[in-house]
Ligand binder design. Sequence first.
Ligand code: ZN
Length: 136
Amino acid sequence: MDTLTVAKRQERMARIKSCGTRPELQLQGLVRGLGYHYQKNDECVPGSPDVTLTRIRCAIFVHGCFWHRHRCDAGRRVPKSNVRFWTGKFALNIARDRRVGRELRKAGWRVLVVWECQLRDHRRVARRIRAFCAQR
Ligand SMILES: [Zn+2]
């Protein structure tokens, strides 16, 4: 079995999915439902967050649990083959998330991370987003 090919393919699939994925659309739908005017993937903002509310300087990301290593079952999963490849990849993602978070805060943004698994409870996420945006 050519495991590298499998890993590469999975990576590629994930990359394709990372643009306009369902979690992103769900997040954007929730923000829209709350009546906020938002921008998506604004490239002028560090990390081009999934959602930015420019006027109140709020940035919201939806992170895939597996790729960004959430403390849930999906985020603890490590494929059995090519462990070094995966752990390296995960470390890069985590480092990047931290760097982007720092850059955003330095530039005066507030940052909210919504995990993919949390989107299962729409109402709860919507409440969190509303509370986050209402904070000053
Ligand atoms: Zn999760």
